[in-house]
Design a protein around this ligand. Structure first.
Ligand code: GDP
Ligand code: MG
Length: 199
């Protein structure tokens, strides 16, 4: 399916699974640790500077944000995970909402792809692996995307490529995409993979 990524609007900021939209449009979800560069990636895919907020204090609000793209699909910005000083209560809210997205989403069958972000500089964290395990156990198709590749030197880049390719193979995901919101590396490739997942 072809779509114009610049025709995008924030449709709803959902704090509860009951607020998820019911429109029968395919969904592409974005998942990753807080601060992995998710908002920046969504903005750069949409050619916007600030549609998805790039936060200075990460993880303040726990919401699932639905962006309607070209009236054809939703980009779904899932709440970030993995910061150290999260309270028990906010951990519970995160769990309920994220779990709700995969298990109580009225349009769960319209979820085409989860774009799972990994910070290229930090590498795969324990939380990333838990998320990947969970996506696997839910049977959701997902794609690994390394973010912030502009921060890597040549050696680090080669290492990151090797590690991530290996991980993708191990977990049965397709070849990873390497992305930089700064240089736009990987933008066309990721848009192409998303379009392909829509059939
Ligand atoms: N160098 C570089 N920095 C990035 C990139 N993407 C995000 N960042 C920075 O990483 C921080 C977190 O980004 P943000 O998009 O808010 O992450 P989120 O919490 O996952 O939504 C911000 O300071 C961004 O400017 C990138 O591709 N390259
Ligand atoms: Mg964000």
């Amino acid at each position: 399916m072809l779509f114009n990524p610049t025709r995008a609007d924030l449709r709803i900021t959902a704090g509860l699974p009951s607020q998820f939209p019911r429109d029968p449009l395919p969904q592409i979800a974005f998942s990753g640790r807080s601060n992995v560069g998710k908002s920046s990636l969504v903005n750069s895919l949409l050619g916007r500077n600030s549609l998805a907020r790039v936060s200075s204090s990460p993880g303040k609000t726990i919401t699932v944000n639905f962006y309607e793209i070209d009236r054809k699909l939703f980009f779904v910005d899932l709440p970030g995970y993995g910061y150290a000083n999260r309270s028990k209560e906010s951990q519970r809210v995160w769990q309920n909402l994220t779990d709700g997205y995969f298990t109580r989403n009225p349009n769960r069958d319209l979820l085409r792809l989860v774009v799972q972000l990994i910070d290229a500089r930090i590498g795969t964290t324990k939380d990333d692996l838990m998320m990947i395990d969970w996506l696997n156990s839910c049977g959701v198709p997902f794609l690994l995307v390394a973010t912030k590749t502009d921060k890597l030197n040549k050696t680090e880049r080669a290492e990151a490529e090797q590690t991530l390719r290996q991980l993708a193979e191990t977990v049965g995901a397709p070849a990873p995409v390497f992305y930089s919101s700064k240089t736009k590396e990987g933008k066309d490739e990721l848009l192409g993979r998303i379009a392909a997942s829509l059939g």
